[in-house]
Ligand binder design. Structure first.
Ligand code: DP6
Length: 340
C-alpha cells in the first residue's frame, strides 16, 4: 500500500505516475459504468511523461465542493466532473462521504499534445487520494480503482511492461506487471502532428466500438496476438513485437473508422509518418515500428541505438511539429513535496 509520508493538518498526499503506450490497445467497453473492457491490453509505462497530483482532503469542512486545478488552471465542466466522480468512488470506499478535496495536478508534457494524459492523471489521483486517507489498498486494488476513472490508468499503476486483464467484474479487471522497466530499454519517440483537442474523447469512442462490423473480428484475433506480444517482450525481440503493434493499431483505427458515427483521428501527417516508417524499414533496414492512440500523433517504437537516427529523420518530415521521447519507467511514487 501507499502511505502518505508527511502528517499534515489536513490529510494530504502527492503522487507521480507515468503515462503509458499500449502495444495491444484497449478499445471498446463491455460495461461502460465500470470501464470493463472488451479485451486484455498490454502497454509500456513511460518514464519521462508523467503527472504529479496532490490531494488534500478538507476534513475541516471548509470546502463546499471539490476544487480541481490542472496545469495551473481551475478545471471546470466535464473535466472537473470526471475528477469529482472519481473522488466520489474513493469517498465511498473510505466509508466517509462528507469531505471535499482540493486537487492540484501538473503534467510534465503539454496536455494538449495528444499524448494520453488520462492514464497518468487517474493513476496519480487514485494513489494520492487513497494514500492521503491511509486506505490500506495494494497496487492491484488501486489499479482496479484507477480503471474506473480511466481504463488505461489501470495499467499506469505498474511500471515497465504491463497487462490489463479484461476480467469479469470490478474486482477482476485489473492490471499486473509482466516485466519491470529494466527488462527492456525500448524507446517511444512520439511524432506530434497536432496539439488540437480531439473531436471525440476516448470515453465516448469506447461506447461506439461495438457498432463497427470489424470490432468482433479484431477482438477474436487478439487472443493469439496477446500471446505473441508477451513472447516478444520476454525475448526483447522488436522484430517480433513491431509487426503486431502496427497491426493492432491499424485494426483499432479500422474499428474507429467503421463505427457509427465514424471516428477518423488521422490527419495527412499521420499517414506521412506511417509511410516514412515503413520506407525507412524496407529501404534502409531501420528497425522502427509505429503505433497510434485515439489521435493523430504517431508513437515510434525502437531500440535506443536507433533513437537518434529516428529523431533526425522525423524532424525532416514537414508535418511533424515536435518530437517527445521516453523509455520505460516505474510505477507511481509518493512524493514529500506537495503542490498545495
Ligand atoms: C486508444 O483509457 O483514454 O489510448 O477510459 O475514457 O479514459 P478512458 O479511455 P482511455 O482509452 C485509451 C484508448 C487508447 C488505447 C489504449 O491506451 O489502450
Amino acid at each position: 500500500m501507499y502511505r502518505a509520508q508527511r502528517q499534515e493538518a489536513l490529510p494530504t498526499a502527492t503522487a507521480r505516475a507515468g503515462s503509458n503506450i499500449a502495444f495491444i490497445k484497449y478499445w471498446g467497453v463491455a460495461d461502460p459504468r465500470i470501464n470493463l473492457p472488451l479485451n486484455n491490453s498490454i502497454s509500456m509505462t513511460l518514464g519521462s511523461l508523467h503527472t504529479t497530483t496532490t490531494v488534500e482532503w478538507d476534513t475541516a469542512g471548509r470546502l463546499s465542493a471539490d476544487q480541481v486545478t490542472i496545469d495551473g488552471e481551475p478545471a471546470t465542466g466535464k473535466k472537473a466532473e470526471r475528477v469529482t466522480e472519481h473522488l466520489n468512488l474513493i469517498r465511498h470506499l473510505a466509508g466517509d462521504k462528507r469531505h471535499r478535496a482540493r486537487v492540484v495536478s501538473r503534467n510534465n508534457f503539454p496536455m494538449a499534445s495528444g499524448i494520453a494524459s488520462s492514464a497518468s492523471a487517474f493513476a496519480a489521483l487514485t494513489v494520492a487520494a487513497c494514500a492521503a486517507l491511509d486506505l490500506p489498498f495494494e497496487r492491484t486494488r488501486l489499479s482496479g480503482i484507477a480503471r474506473r476513472g480511466s481504463g488505461s490508468a489501470s495499467r499506469s499503476l505498474f511500471g515497465g511492461f504491463v497487462e490489463w486483464e479484461q476480467g469479469r467484474d470490478d474486482a477482476t479487471s485489473v492490471a499486473r506487471q509482466i516485466y519491470p522497466a529494466e527488462h527492456w530499454t525500448l524507446r517511444d519517440v512520439v511524432a506530434v502532428i497536432s496539439t488540437a483537442e480531439k473531436p471525440v474523447s476516448s470515453q465516448n469512442g469506447h461506447g461506439m466500438a461495438v457498432t463497427s462490423p470489424f470490432n468482433s473480428a479484431r477482438v477474436d484475433s487478439l487472443y493469439s496476438m496477446l500471446q505473441e506480444v508477451r513472447n516478444a517482450i520476454t525475448m526483447c525481440d522488436l522484430q517480433r513485437l513491431g509487426p503486431i503493434i502496427e497491426q493492432d493499431a491499424l485494426a483499432m483505427h479500422g474499428v474507429m473508422m467503421t463505427s457509427r458515427p465514424s471516428l477518423l483521428y488521422w490527419q495527412p501527417g499521420t499517414i506521412e509518418v506511417m509511410q516514412a516508417v515503413r520506407r525507412w524499414r524496407e529501404n534502409d533496414g531501420l528497425q522502427v515500428y509505429f503505433t497510434i492512440d485515439a489521435g493523430p500523433n504517431v508513437h515510434l517504437i525502437c531500440e535506443p541505438a536507433f533513437e537518434v537516427e529516428v529523431l533526425k529523420r522525423l524532424q525532416k518530415l514537414g508535418s511533424v511539429r515536435s518530437v517527445i521521447t521516453s523509455g520505460p519507467g516505474d510505477g507511481p511514487q509518493l512524493l514529500d513535496e506537495h503542490l498545495v
